[in-house]
Design a protein around this ligand. Sequence first.
Ligand code: ADP
Ligand code: MG
Length: 701
Amino acid sequence: MNPNFLQTPIPYLKGVGPNRAETLGAELGIQTYRDLLHLFPNRYLDKTSYYKINQLQPSGADVQVVGKIVHIKTVEQKRGKRLVASFIDESGQMELVWFRGHKWIRENLKLNEPYVVFGKTTRYGSIFSMPHPEMELLSEHQKGLKVAMQPIYPSTEKLSAKGITNRVIGKMMQQLFLESKGQFPESLSSTILDELKLISKSEALFNIHFPKNQELLARAQFRLKFEELFYVQLQLISKKLIRKQKIKGLPFENVGEKFNVFFKNHLPFELTNAQKKVIKEIRNDMGSNAQMNRLLQGDVGSGKTIVALMCMILAIDNGFQTCLMAPTEILANQHYSGLKELLGEMEITISLLTGSTKKSVRTRIHEQLENGELHILVGTHAVLEDKVQFNNLGLAIIDEQHRFGVAQRSKLWHKNEVPPHILVMTATPIPRTLAMSLYGDLDISVIDELPPGRKPIKTVHRFDSNRLKVFQFIKDEIKKGRQIYMVYPLIQESEALDYKDLMDGYESISRDFPLPDYQISIVHGKMKPKDKDYEMERFVKGETQIMVATTVIEVGVNVPNASVMIIESAERFGLSQLHQLRGRVGRGAEQSFCILMTSHKLSEDAKTRLQTMVRTNDGFDIAEVDLKLRGPGDLMGTQQSGLLNLKIADIVKDNQILKTARYYAIQLLKEDPKMEKEENKSIRIAYTKMMKQSSIWNYIS
Ligand code: ADP
Ligand code: MG
């Protein structure tokens, strides 16, 4: 085959032409033969087997059943009518249902004649129903041509409107295989093929599009998923290796005086073993010649801040400056005052830089950064501005990474001639599989232990109708001297509405918790930072007992005396957000509570989220559920979902394959870092091509 065959523009394919090419490009991003070849079916219709009605499973799979219609009736429902046919075979009874085209169907369906029906089934109570089945008389069906496994390709409304149906795509694919004779270059080494008993690339591509049977389809899928994940891992890991070899890090060789003084005189508690372990890992990194790029994972309240501070002191001991960046002003403020308190009288200079820092202060900070007087800069995005120039930035820490994009990480890299060490701290644990893909180029540390003496938070779900009881409970807690958070959702698309909800809530709470017995703070996104701080401050000092807020308080805020977290309209929050919010309580010695308030109307997903919250306090557990519910793209926010743009593999479901792929990628790079060996030639060629072609390979700074 001509080596550039797969680069051929799609209009050259017989049967495509400029119009169809344009639609294919716009709708499915198909520009070349290669793109078409890698348009994998979403699913397959298995027409090789027939099910008995009593064998049906509520799996939503497409199935084929032979039987007879014995009865048809029209059922009135709220919106329009539905046509329902009772369909039986010797094993049982099911329903065929139509919501449209009743007249035609009634006139054409034959009662008591054997039919083959094909479609998805769903179960209502004990009976299965198949909406809008494909139907064929058994006699016709037996005459017809049998396609074993029919691939179903991704489709869009525009594609169907322009006549590019599933059949048309199937035809194009056939044409492509005809022109290529079904021969495609192998892209894995024979070692890998042998060890994993993978089928060849050509065989896999053939069977993904024209599966001969279930088994070959499964092997084709396995091979292609493995290959896809293997190359992603290869990319991530080789990036990491190159960085470690090429980029010299700033060596922090001394554990100096300041660190020791802090450790002896300022550490307010004994570090947990997990904290010690992580500090050691970080110290090793920073003491080596390589630049550190480390992700620090730890559940809410696991004590990441102190770890961050001790690493900063290490940097300072070695003559470097450091910065700590947080996603919100409230959190930056809190870090600033928290760190200041921890540092006490130590000779370490620290300043805060946010959007609302006054010009004069800002100018002073800029100066002190440039002349090296300032040791620690705490701030928000403001830290990234070009005007902010360091004398010698040695360590940059990003807290609550999921709020920041990858771009910010790379901006920090360039704040120093030699890239500073980078420590990214996540607020929400990330499932291992996802971390391997998203942060495969980072080293990972985990704090897997909470500080001692924490009482697990009790979480309950209450319906709005129980509000009075909940309010009584709050009053009792306040009587004991506790403080309460009440959080309202804030979803950007309907900010006005959310604001109204918040204000209505605030008013009703003010009525139920009247002055002078109760003092209430309120914090929301529409307030000026100054007012926000003032209200926050009152709550922190214990002058107010109730804090009514939107999710601005989600991250980081630390008020140990607050023991109850009420989340209003909890069904509207995502799991990680709920977990974050809950983490605001349970920080003191008292028993803490989280009350999830909802209406009675709950989606299945919402129920799962609430049940998960009630069931467990473990952030890693919650993250796994979240990943399953939402899929990897959503979980990390839209900014980063692009990098999970996998064509066939699914990070959640193909977790095991991912691990294998990662293992093989690591092995390969260990044994043959430049992929020079003859047996790895096919991998090198495919890899080089990929690196040149596709922009998703360049997603990481
Ligand atoms: P997060 O990991 O969520 O950022 P923080 O760093 O804010 O957690 O720590 C949560 C609370 O736990 C803080 O009040 C902190 O002082 C306290 N803390 C941290 N480490 C320990 C420890 N080893 N022993 C006791 N308390 C600790
Ligand atoms: Mg924190």
